[in-house]
Unconditional design. Structure first.
Length: 127
């Protein structure tokens, strides 16, 4: 699914229009604990998965942006109507990370994406 379609379908706000580039999103995963997000590094063996992935989180701090950077993920989707601080937005811009947000809950966002064909990342699954 194209990122532009996700933004439209899930009524997302793009906080970093300077970093936007339309791309295919085939995978997603959710985490509010960034240590859990970093476990993805141990489970994904194919870099292509992360290049087509987005991180869904309710964490609106620099940690979520830094974690995305470490994972080489360039899209962070904030849920539950969370609004990032200007500091977080600036860091995302600096690192070239697209920061988007939706009013939907994490559960509903994940379910809708799954129904639209976006696959989840399963811990320790060999890609």
């Amino acid at each position: 699914m194209k990122l532009s379609d996700i933004i439209k379908k899930y009524q997302c706000h793009l906080y970093t229009p300077e970093t936007f580039h339309d791309k295919d999103i085939s995978y997603a995963f959710c985490a509010d604990l960034m240590s859990d997000a970093l476990m993805v590094l141990n489970s994904v063996k194919d870099d292509r998965v992360l290049s087509e992935c987005l991180l869904i989180t309710g964490l609106t701090t620099n940690q979520s942006i830094r974690t995305a950077e470490m994972l080489d993920i360039d899209v962070v989707l904030l849920v539950r109507g969370k609004i990032p601080s200007l500091k977080v937005i600036e860091l995302a811009k600096e690192l070239g990370i697209m920061l988007i947000a939706t009013e939907h809950t994490m559960f509903n966002t994940s379910g809708m994406m799954y129904a639209d064909g976006i696959k989840g990342i399963i811990y320790n699954q060999q890609w």
